[in-house]
Write a protein that binds this ligand. Structure first.
Ligand SMILES: [Fe+2]
Length: 474
């Protein structure tokens, strides 16, 4: 990520400048693209890049606020444009060296006026492409992206269930793939916990490009080898490039054959699902839909009658306290209800469910849901401090949300992850933030069930020291 790319005005003005160049100087762009993709492909590439710019412009102008402190679009064309803008800005030495909060001067320049943007984009990207103007570098990067609507093949087959120890620490990071100071601080805290397994619940920003997926791996907090210790779920941002770099780069590095998996021990079963390939849903849309394998595999797992309790992991939220996200998850909610009402599947067969996508943290009211629902999407994206007292009307009530600001900015909320320490039939869950503080903790017991009142979620505000703090009552 690049700090300037989180400013919506920067995105808008950058798009406007490039759109203007397509109209005013098509021959100049044609000549540039001829060098980049060859004469035979110029017209098709021009049309594709121009279409992308127009779609992104429309998207950025119409997208509603997501309560993010920095702008991270959920529109594929805008996300892809943010990716290439960040890539080009990161390659310009003159735009570096101002620290993590940098560069205010760049934001001001690109934000201020169209003629400033034009002169800025006429400057050169010295290091990589030898004097190429910034506008040309941006066009080149756009031309490299997969075509709009490209969908990488869904990996075939179903994964074997992987055994894990009965005593095991697992770090769950969601919406963490942002390559920003918060992501690096969260990674440091993860390393201090020395988990045996870490799982990313999806979203590599901005558009899941090849370079962003490689950066994700460079920052991943687990030591190599990654096979068996590291897993990654698919997110909507990975799908902005059709999912191909998530499948090839990240799953390849983790030696994870599918975008869904199951880990189990004597007492628990962790089921990771790809909710992003079909845009926040799980159920196949047709007989030949490739996600059919995952759907049937999930149903078979939930039909198993044994002493294990099932915890689901997805990128997308099945519930929400906020009306837009609650409405967006209606289909997923209906699909889960359909599964829970199937013959052979118990209505209580899902004990808990961790998910991201919303850049917030919430512990939902277990009495209001058919599983313990936990939102941990505050993995690294600076988002507004949560001030809500109650859920929106008709939406999912919550017991806790993240009201802690980062140091130095009362409006930006702290990022965190969840550490799950499985110890036999219990799992202690700590919500640890980027400052190495514990936001809260709870213990689930699959022996006594979801309604066990002994270890409810408790909010903490203590610095975590060398020895682990335990929830009250333990
Ligand atoms: Fe997401």
């Amino acid at each position: 990520m690049h700090p300037a790319c989180g400013n919506k005005k920067v995105i808008e003005n950058s798009l406007n400048d490039l759109n203007t160049r397509f109209v005013a100087s098509p021959d100049e762009i044609r000549a540039h693209l001829a060098q980049a993709v060859g004469q035979a492909n110029v017209e098709a590439t021009m049309a594709r890049v121009s279409g992308h710019l127009v779609a992104a412009t429309k998207g950025v102008q119409t997208e509603q606020s997501l309560d993010d402190h920095e702008y991270v679009s959920r529109i594929d064309s805008v996300g892809r444009f943010q990716s290439i803008l960040a890539t080009v800005f990161q390659d310009v030495p003159g735009l570096q060296g101002y620290g993590d909060k940098n560069p205010i001067w760049l934001t001001t320049l690109v934000e201020s006026a169209a003629h400033n943007v034009k002169s800025f984009f006429d400057r050169t990207r010295h290091d990589v492409v030898g004097g190429q103007p910034l506008w040309a570098a941006l066009i080149s990067e756009l031309a490299k992206l997969p075509a709009d609507g490209y969908l990488a093949p869904f990996p075939p087959g179903t994964p074997p269930t992987i055994q894990m120890p009965d005593d095991v620490k697992i770090a769950l990071l969601a919406d963490w793939g942002g390559d920003n100071p918060a992501a690096r601080r969260v990674a440091d805290v993860v390393r201090k916990q020395s988990p045996q397994i870490a799982i990313h619940l999806g979203d590599v920003y901005y558009g899941g490009t090849e370079s962003e997926c490689n950066t994700f791996l460079n920052l991943w907090p687990m030591p190599k080898p990654w096979k068996g210790s590291s897993y990654a779920l698919n997110g909507n941002h990975e799908m902005y490039c059709g999912g191909q770099y998530y499948f090839q780069v990240i799953l390849g590095a983790f030696q994870q054959p599918q975008s869904f998996f199951c880990l189990e021990n004597k007492y628990w079963r962790l089921i990771g699902l790809d909710s992003a390939y079909n845009k926040g849903t799980l159920k196949p849309r047709s007989a030949d839909d490739p996600v059919t394998a995952q759907w049937n595999w999930l149903i078979d797992l939930l039909k198993i009658k044994d002493a294990k309790a099932n915890i689901l992991l997805t990128h997308h939220q099945p519930v929400s306290a906020h009306r837009p996200e609650w409405l967006a998850s209606e289909v997923l909610r209906a699909e889960v209800n359909e599964i829970l009402n199937m013959e052979g599947v118990g209505k209580d067969s899902i004990f808990g469910w961790f998910f991201g996508h919303e850049h917030r943290c919430a512990v939902y009211d277990d009495a209001a849901t058919s599983f313990n629902a936990r939102l941990i999407g505050n993995g690294c994206i600076p988002h507004l401090v949560q001030t809500e007292k109650d859920s929106d009307e008709g939406c999912t009530p919550f017991k806790y949300c993240n009201r802690k600001p980062i140091a130095g900015d009362p409006n930006a909320a702290v990022s965190s992850f969840a550490k799950l320490h499985f110890e036999g039939y219990e799992v202690q869950i700590d919500y640890l933030d980027e400052d190495f503080c514990t936001l809260g903790a709870e213990t689930w017991s699959q022996k006594t069930g979801r309604s066990d009142p002994r270890f409810p979620f408790q909010e903490y505000d203590a610095q975590q020291g060398e020895s682990e703090r335990s929830p009250a009552g333990v």
